[in-house]
Design a protein around this ligand. Sequence first.
Ligand SMILES: NC(=O)c1ccc[n+]([C@@H]2O[C@H](COP(=O)([O-])OP(=O)(O)OC[C@H]3O[C@@H](n4cnc5c(N)ncnc54)[C@H](OP(=O)(O)O)[C@@H]3O)[C@@H](O)[C@H]2O)c1
Length: 309
Amino acid sequence: MIRESQHRLLGVSGIRVSSLGVGTNRWAQGRNDEAVFQVFQSLVDAGVNFFDTAEIYTRGRSERLLGACLQRYHRPVVIASKFAPLPTRLSGRQFMNALDASLNCLGVQTIDLYYIHFPYTLLSIEKLMDLMAQAVEAGKIRAVGVSNFNAKQMRRAATRLAHHHIPMAANQVRYNLIHRQPEENGVLEACRELNVALVAYRPLERGRLKSNTVPGASSSGSPSSTGWKGKAPSKEENVQKILQTIAQQRGKSVSQVALNWLLRRDEHVIPIPGTTSERHALEIADTLSWELNDDEFAAIDQASSPWKH
Ligand SMILES: NC(=O)c1ccc[n+]([C@@H]2O[C@H](COP(=O)([O-])OP(=O)(O)OC[C@H]3O[C@@H](n4cnc5c(N)ncnc54)[C@H](OP(=O)(O)O)[C@@H]3O)[C@@H](O)[C@H]2O)c1
């Protein structure tokens, strides 16, 4: 079970979640819903309580399957979903209809955290935030988030929300060891300054940060006869190698090392790896049972620093 200290806050919204959440964008892609129920149960039994979905994931089936999990297990969890500001959606009514549809799919009266999925729309950020404030006032959502917003867009959104006395809870952006742009483009800094959670999507770069993906790395982490023999290792191979080495020393997996690095990077970061496998779900939960030490953190940081830019 996850320790008390392994929880993080969604900004100053008052909502506390396990330091790692789980993404569900591939849930309901296959036909085996029972396997997903098992994943959900294993995660909540292990103390992971933060689930990320969106109306556009698997055309609403991700939301519906997550809703079915809630109905089946009646466990207290924190649910995040997202409004997609598609080019044809320009009215407040369309926003509310989409939110109502998500509430219906999930089978809940309130969504804990509701994001604007991306900033590319003819609607102004101010208008979007006014709609979010209406949704909070109507009791349909508890906290407001944005996703894929840059630092300037985040600040604009936070300023508008402040007019409504609502804090921005989170900005969900892509962040992992081979995509460290949030550290350089001002998003991580803005999250710290505004006290907003940085929810890290694709924390495993879609499964690229996992065991046995180093071209040519042997079990000792050194180049094998079939690998990058004679060539300098690529930037990604350098990251993979140090992850493999630490994983082996710790008796953990590469994915766990990669997730733990993100957790240690900043207290505002909450990674949300996506999984459809019970084995991976248990591994994700176990990530919270141990931490990297200073030397391990620094070695990974150095190997992946070219990815900051
Ligand atoms: N806001 C946005 O625009 C946006 C965009 C993309 C994604 N997201 C959110 O972010 C979540 C995560 O992103 P993602 O799923 O695209 O990428 P990801 O989390 O980086 O990687 C998922 C991949 O990693 C594998 N995996 C998970 N845990 C593992 C483990 N312990 N060991 C080895 N492999 C493991 C999964 O396979 P298995 O299924 O077999 O476990 C899957 O292939 C999504 O589910 C979604 O909720 C948001």
